[in-house]
Design a protein around this ligand. Structure first.
Ligand SMILES: *Cc1c(COP(=O)(O)O)cnc(C)c1O
Length: 366
């Protein structure tokens, strides 16, 4: 069977990005492969990241961590969105480190029976006000912590992609205080980790013992405006999204296109019907994006539908029904990028790649 759409994933780009980031960080690197490796494919990407020098893998869900173990991966894995009531027993049985952010979760984790003690990273809230211990931190005492093996302490930046922001320094100072308070209970050799991709790229002081890089290992910038694009950061975008032209047809000027007849052709032209739609993760509200074909950009015209969208190829386009077109790629030849699609839909590259749907096969290139 041939595909009507594909996400080509360049695993050598992932390896090269990991090497670049690790060299920048100068400490251990945890490759963040949650959400199906940001849409790139969990297991192949995790393996490539480890080959590229990643020391750890990080995921949100316990299921994601278990899927990595089921694929035979033995590297250390941390899962950080594991609420009370989760199957902590299988976390321990599968050698998965668990992030704990509340006394309730700590109680449940410490109740797990087995030969091995549960391995825990304490997540602390240093100012993002999302996950992590806040006031409950002061209720923790050493006996409480002795029923588990405290392996690490970590927090997450809210504004690392805005290097000048005072909140970054505030979070760093609070993190150091919380580390010191944990060490005062006698815990030593803690893995301290705070930096995400943005901090890894611009803030060396926050690297501590390990960095957690997500978006940058996929070759994408954490923030186009503040940090620059992939190229300027020396990163290689790993995903190329392409689809087939279901149909190419000539239409006269003044033809209204798509649901709601929101746009009309301005002149006689050729339109291409691209075989992908919002069910595949193409944002319905995208404006000023499109595809790259025959060396030039062809912008979207009209609304994106569930399975297809229409582009204006121009009257002289040589494109034929059945041709491949590039939805986004590295941008080095003028293609649209995931950054362009993010900007075109009031969103960010993270959302563009993670929402590529399960109907789109991932094709791996070594
Ligand atoms: C998603 C996530 C990361 C990775 O963030 P990027 O900006 O993609 O590098 C790091 N740490 C935690 C806790 C996360 O949830």
């Amino acid at each position: 069977m041939t595909n009507r759409a594909e996400a080509l994933v360049d695993l050598s780009a992932i390896k090269s990005n990991i090497a670049t980031l690790k060299a920048k960080a100068g400490v251990d690197l945890l490759a963040v492969v949650k959400a199906d490796a940001y849409g790139h494919g969990l297991v192949p990407v995790a393996k490539a990241a480890l080959e590229g020098g990643a020391n750890w893998l990080g995921v949100a869900l316990l299921e994601e961590a278990i899927a990595l173990r089921a694929a035979g991966i033995t590297a250390p894995i941390l899962a950080w969105l594991v609420p009370p009531g989760s199957d902590f027993q299988s976390a321990v049985d599968n050698d998965i480190d668990i992030s704990v952010a509340s006394i309730k979760a700590l109680d449940e984790v410490s109740a797990v029976k087995g030969v091995k003690r549960p391995r825990v990273h304490l997540e602390v809230d240093t100012g993002m006000t999302r996950g992590g211990f806040l006031d409950e931190w002061n209720k923790i005492d050493a006996p409480h912590l002795n029923s588990v093996e405290i392996v690490g302490i970590f927090s997450h930046f809210a504004r690392a992609d805005e290097p000048g922001q005072a909140q970054n320094l505030d979070q760093l100072v609070r993190f150091k205080k919380m580390v010191a308070s944990l060490e005062s209970f006698g815990f030593t050799n803690l893995i301290r980790h705070l930096s995400n991709s943005a901090a890894t790229l611009v803030d060396h002081v926050s690297a501590f013992d390990m960095v957690r890089t997500g978006i940058a290992m996929y070759g994408l910038t954490p923030d186009l405006n503040n940090l620059g694009n992939s190229q300027s950061l020396n990163l290689k975008p790993a995903m190329t999204l392409r689809a087939k032209l279901h149909l190419v047809k000539e239409v006269p000027a003044g033809s209204s296109v798509g649901y709601g007849a929101t746009e009309k052709t301005k002149s006689d032209t050729k339109l291409g019907v691209v075989a992908m739609g919002y069910a595949d993760g193409i944002p319905r509200i995208a404006k000023n994006a499109g595809v790259f074909v025959d060396g030039k950009r062809a912008p979207i015209i009209g609304r994106v539908s569930m399975d297809q969208f229409v582009v204006d190829l121009g009257a002289n386009s040589p494109a034929q029904s059945g041709d491949w077109v590039t939805v986004f790629s590295t941008g080095t030849n003028g293609e649209y990028t995931a950054d362009d699609w993010g900007a075109a839909s009031g969103s960010i590259n993270y959302e563009i790649v993670t929402r590529i749907g399960p109907r789109v096969p991932r094709i791996y290139q070594l």
